[in-house]
Design a protein around this ligand. Structure first.
Ligand SMILES: *[C@@H]1O[C@H](CO)[C@@H](O)[C@H](O)[C@H]1NC(C)=O
Length: 389
């Protein structure tokens, strides 16, 4: 493995992509400086009572489809005032400030809540297991609590329990907040990668299902057409750009209006990243496969690829072990052969070859799809002896 950190190369690639694309739109420099770091709930103390640590991983998994039969077996009820119960559908609204109480049949059950609540539980959330059902209670609610709440009935054998994913029931709870039409975000702006043909979500989540939401571009200031095909809106998710193209890039934000209230969301910096179709296929070539001590050696590593895709090179070479410094030169050049292609090349320079430089030279080329290594062996011959032909 190369000494040059393997760890993090993907980030560096993404970063270079971001830098490259930064010219696409103008960042308002002043706004960047004054990033206020608005947090969803600045003053609430953290009591650190964290619940169901494992649950987030569950939420990241592809959604399990509940079969109709399974749905009939499990259901969620909302406990209303004065001991009234109501079976919940896909979404419910609870006025912010009020208490949310859900019950789910099962012994036992596990709950998952919006990630923000899981991280920042400040004692407002409690989960209690009763004889035949589990209950979830959230008090002093705010718009920030808006999100998906899921109950997983558990299947137990002795003390060994596992979630019954196919019986999970989920409800999306809105907490309409008269002051906040959008679920507050901790960031003043969010950078989002637009990947070629990969659906991208602008997660401007409203706290009320009644809010009317539109999408806007900052420069030039226009409303973005939402036709339901190229871009669509879902009140539980925000906007989705289904097949990102370079022209979608830029600074966008959502505007919600309800009654007399009209508010803008966090800003989304959409950056278009050209994803290569495949991992790189590097070719390695040395100036000579056998070098006389004292001469110079060049080893080149070349990748032909799609235009505007980023390649990172790492080298492994014999002198590395004794701390022989590495000199490389990297170049990118356009090649027009029908489709726009580019040649990325890294050249390793070894000055005044010594015995220790004999051995295997390996180049690893990375792009956003993966990496590939290629090697060549170099022989070092003493001075005075004739070079092998
Ligand atoms: C809920 O709000 C009330 C009134 O502000 C407060 O007294 C109470 O401590 C809060 N409860 C929790 C669990 O935060």
């Amino acid at each position: 493995m190369p000494l040059v950190s393997l760890f993090g190369w993907k980030w560096r690639l993404v970063l270079s992509a971001l830098l490259f694309c930064a010219v696409i739109f103008e960042l308002d420099a002043q706004e960047q400086r004054t990033t206020p770091g608005r947090t969803a709930k600045p003053s609430k103390p953290k009591l650190g009572k964290s619940t169901n640590k494992g649950v987030r991983a569950v939420m990241a998994k592809p959604k399990m489809k509940a079969t109709p039969a399974a749905q009939a077996q499990t259901f969620l009820t909302q406990v209303l005032n004065r001991g009234k119960f109501k079976k919940v559908g896909e979404t419910i609204s609870v006025q912010s400030g009020d208490t949310l109480e859900l019950r789910c049949r099962g012994k036992p059950v596990q709950w998952s809540v919006p990630p923000y609540l899981e991280e920042d539980d400040d004692g407002r959330l409690s989960m209690v297991q009763h004889e035949r059902y589990g209950s979830l209670t959230l008090v002093n609610t705010t718009g920030a609590d808006t999100g998906g709440y899921t109950c997983y009935p558990m299947y137990c054998e002795d003390t060994d329990c596992r979630k019954e994913y196919n019986k999970a029931v989920k409800v999306f709870v809105f907490f309409p907040d008269p002051q906040e039409l959008f679920v507050p975000s901790s960031d003043y702006y969010e950078v989002i990668q637009l990947r070629t043909n990969w659906p991208t979500i602008l997660p401007c989540q409203v706290t009320s299902p009644e809010a009317k939401v539109s999408l806007h571009r900052e420069f030039p200031p226009v409303e973005v057409a939402v036709d339901g095909t190229e871009i669509s809106f879902n009140v539980k998710k925000g906007f989705t750009i289904h097949r990102p193209r370079p022209y979608h890039a830029g600074a966008l934000y959502c505007v919600a209006s309800l009654g007399n209230l009209r508010q803008s969301s966090t800003k989304y910096m959409l950056i278009y990243v050209n994803y290569p179709m495949a991992p790189p296929a590097p070719v390695i070539q040395a100036s000579s496969s056998s070098v006389v001590v004292g001469e110079n050696l060049l080893v080149s590593c070349t990748v032909m690829g799609e235009q505007d895709t980023f390649i990172e090179f790492n080298w492994e070479y014999p002198g590395q072990q004794i701390g022989r410094p590495l000199y490389t030169q990297e170049t990118i050049s356009a090649v027009s052969a029908g489709a726009a292609r580019q040649q990325s090349q890294s050249v390793l320079l070894v000055d005044e070859v010594r015995d220790v430089d004999q051995g295997m030279y390996t180049c690893t080329a990375h792009n956003l799809q993966g990496a590939k290594s290629v090697s060549t062996t170099i022989k070092v011959v003493p001075k005075g002896k004739p070079k092998k032909p």
